[in-house]
Design a protein around this ligand. Structure first.
Ligand SMILES: [Zn+2]
Length: 251
């Protein structure tokens, strides 16, 4: 590791369980961030600042004025610009050594699976049920861990699906086919700082996962931002789940 890197990341290298080895793991890692909105903004910022070597940013949308209340990677001057381009510019200013690739497009399941197979971790910052289900399925098929977060109104949820493990529950085990109705921030609103909290927690999970430290795998963390209470529930793999059981069929 170069002297500049030892200096830049010194406050994290000094942590027990991290060290030069942990930092090296981050520098060599590839993370895919799906969605550069309210969750994706803090996610991308912290992963880049922490020294994750390579980020792929995926989002087909442009920056709109209604985004700016919470999507803090984008500025007023970015309105109309691709979100991935705006995010990449901010990241380049924060940490020029971070390699950033941008995909300003909607990826289908095949394209997702191919991309995820090249990644060490996938971070879901999308805002609808259908997209989350597709992302989870592609990550499962690529055996790539997925850190999933969601926010609505004053509420947030977070977990890590560690698809490297045969015992991991999947997104479908947790939510089934349900949802249907679009429970989005556009329809229901969200407090500005909530995606900042949950996105930062997702970044924390991803950094630990990349360095081999303990994660939330097997637990769902639920935040009630109004009462300001965290609680968690245990996640177990559903042996009858139509999405993940074929992957775990006994040989
Ligand atoms: Zn499942």
């Amino acid at each position: 590791m170069e002297d500049e890197q030892l200096l830049r990341y010194s406050r994290q290298i000094m942590l027990p369980g991290v060290g030069v080895e942990g930092q090296q793991a981050l520098l060599q890692a590839h993370a895919v961030i799906m969605g550069l909105g309210g969750l994706g903004s803090p996610l991308a910022a912290y992963l880049a600042a922490a020294g994750v070597g390579r980020l792929t940013l995926v989002d087909p949308d442009h920056v709109e004025v209604t985004n700016l209340q919470r999507q803090i990677l984008h500025t007023d001057a970015d309105i109309g610009r691709d979100k991935v381009a705006s995010a990449a510019a901010r990241i380049a200013a924060m940490n020029p050594a971070c390699r950033v690739e941008t995909r300003a497009e909607h990826l289908d399941a095949d394209a997702m699976r191919q991309l995820f197979a090249t990644a060490d971790v996938v971070l879901d910052g999308t805002d609808n049920f259908a997209a989350r289900g597709t992302i989870s399925r592609a990550a499962l098929e690529a055996s790539t861990p997925l850190v999933s977060g969601a926010v609505i109104r004053f509420e947030g949820q977070l977990t890590t699906f560690d698809y490297r493990s045969p015992d991991a529950a999947c997104y479908h085990c947790l939510y089934g086919e349900g949802g249907g109705d679009e429970d989005t921030c556009a329809a229901n609103g969200v407090l500005a700082s909530l995606p900042g909290v949950v996105g930062s927690l997702q970044a924390t999970e991803a950094l630990k996962l990349l360095m081999g430290l303990p994660t939330l795998s097997g637990r769902l963390l639920i935040l009630d931002g109004l009462a300001m209470q965290f609680r968690e529930i245990r996640l177990r793999r559903d042996p009858a789940c139509p999405v993940c059981s074929p992957h775990h069929a006994p040989a």
